[in-house]
Design a protein around this ligand. Structure first.
Ligand SMILES: [Zn+2]
Length: 212
């Protein structure tokens, strides 16, 4: 899974990409928007769009395969399991943010997915160098567990887990790649400005109270 997120590119096809880790962007497919908590993956078609926006499904062949499941019962039942997994992942991420480790039950679940759906790679020539790249041609919806499990394992073994953080103002999570490691918000556009205005108003109230 590639890391995404440039400020200018926070929204891709209606999905939020602010986390610097695609698996956290996956967690953020249920963000807190103006209307409240919003499920951005309500059906298999939405999942297909998210997989493409996230770059997980990129080859024309994989896109065609995934498109073919749009109305399948198998894809609908996979999506149900995937969104349930997303909430267990959320709990695990929040434990990491609290400085502890995910539960043994969650680790066992991820280990079982890693065993059952291994990530396939191949060596390819690129600019006179060899690179190892993921090969991902899902034949059935459950094959999507491979990139999800792989990215989850990568997240749980991050070298600097303290950089996995929740926005101070909403339910979104992100991996802080800033130099100082002092990122506080999912996005300046979404929550940063809101908080700055609130702080300004608090300061102003404080000032007027002291001059009363
Ligand atoms: Zn936020």
């Amino acid at each position: 899974m590639r890391a995404t997120a440039q400020e200018a590119n926070e929204w891709v096809d209606g999905f939020l990409f602010i986390a610097n880790r695609t698996i956290l962007d996956f967690l953020n497919t249920k963000p807190e928007l103006a209307a409240g908590l919003t499920e951005l993956l309500p059906d298999a078609h939405a999942l297909e769009r998210w997989l493409i926006a996230a770059g997980i499904v990129s080859s024309p062949r994989a896109k065609t395969l995934v498109r073919g499941w749009r109305d399948s019962a198998e894809a609908a039942s996979f999506l149900k399991e995937l969104t349930a997994f997303r909430e267990r992942l959320r709990t695990a991420v929040m434990r990491i943010e609290d400085g502890s480790l995910p539960s043994d039950a969650f680790l066992a679940e991820v280990n079982s997915l890693l065993r059952k759906y291994p990530r396939h790679t191949s060596l390819n020539k690129r600019d006179s160098k060899l690179v190892r790249e993921a090969v991902f041609e899902p034949r059935k919806p459950t094959d999507l567990w491979a990139p999800v499990a792989d990215a989850t394992a990568d997240l749980l073994t991050e070298n600097e887990p303290s950089r996995i953080r929740k926005c101070e103002s909403c339910v979104s999570h992100f991996f802080d790649t800033s130099k100082k490691g002092s990122r506080r918000w999912c996005s300046m556009n979404i929550c940063g400005n809101k908080l700055k205005v609130a702080a300004y108003q608090r300061r102003r109230r404080g000032t007027s109270a002291s001059t009363d």
